[in-house]
Ligand binder design. Structure first.
Ligand code: IPE
Ligand code: IPE
Ligand code: MG
Length: 253
């Protein structure tokens, strides 16, 4: 079905509410610093805002929410911050999965999980299994994720699946191997915290996504802020390479 294809070659119907929202949740550290708190206090507050955003997505009928929680570059942070982030991840999985499940949320984690300790990996697998039948909202957490890593792991698996083929690969051959092959490409990308960069998030999938940058720090990004982002998205004209006039003709047809 064209609407749910993940390829930009097929143009999705314009929708009032984005089907898929992808977010770089940035600014936790600065939020804490402004309050003379340790950085981790910003991450703790950030988890609360994730809860609020999931609730808002359920209310607005958004079907896919993808959150960048830990990048493959974030290992470069001080050891104590990395380990506190891991502890928060474990705690969130232990405390939130039950409620997500009750609300019809399917949880998926994308990224290279191999460096995580076995307890965290097991919690991730259990959470994915437990929520696998849910269809109301698909919540994806990108953890130890990198857009370039994703493309390379997809290329490697694609080549391994058909070792006899040596040329003629297409986008459509690659797409099923990408981490987010189960979801349509993001309609709306949000980055909080004022930085205007992609930081190696979903490189392949953001090809035609509408981008929204806000100086609001993630722990302040409440429902009212999210609604502003959705309102901005609703003002955009998604042309996918066509002209404005072509879109008007299509809508009048
Ligand atoms: C985003 O907030 C959370 C993670 C990267 C885990 P930051 O921790 O990057 O906050 P700032 O950018 O230092 O304010
Ligand atoms: C991007 O935030 C990754 C996450 C929010 C998890 P960073 O704060 O790590 O990004 P850079 O390094 O400033 O680009
Ligand atoms: Mg940051």
């Amino acid at each position: 079905m064209a609407l749910f294809s993940s390829s930009t070659r097929q143009v999705p119907e314009a929708a009032a509410v984005p089907r898929h929202v992808a977010v770089i949740m940035d600014g936790n550290g600065r939020w804490a610093k402004k309050r003379f708190l340790p950085r981790v206090a910003g991450h703790v507050k950030g988890v609360e805002l994730v809860r609020e955003m999931v609730r808002t997505c359920l209310e607005r009928g958004i079907q896919h929410l993808t959150l960048f929680a830990f990048s493959s570059e974030n290992w470069r942070r001080p050891q104590d911050e990395v380990s506190l982030l891991m502890q928060l991840f474990v705690k969130a999985l232990e405390q939130e999965v039950e409620k997500l499940d009750r609300n019809g949320v399917r949880l998926r984690i994308i990224g290279d999980l191999s460096p995580f300790d076995s307890r965290l990996r097991q919690l991730i697998l259990d959470a994915q299994d437990k929520t696998a039948v849910n269809t109301r909202l698909e919540l994806t957490i990108a953890a130890n994720y990198g857009g370039r890593w994703d493309i390379m792991q997809a290329v490697n698996r694609m080549l391994a699946a058909q070792p006899e083929k040596c040329a003629g690969w297409t986008e459509a051959d690659l797409e099923p191997w990408l981490s987010m092959s189960y979801a349509p490409e993001p309609d709306l990308f949000i980055r909080t915290g004022g930085e205007e960069r992609i930081s190696n998030f979903l490189l392949w999938q953001l090809a035609y996504t509408e981008l929204y940058f806000t100086p609001t720090l993630w722990p302040d990004f409440n429902t009212a802020e999210f609604d502003k982002a959705i309102a901005s998205y609703q003002q955009r004209e998604r042309r996918f390479g066509r002209t404005s006039e072509q879109l008007v003709e299509k809508n009048n047809a």
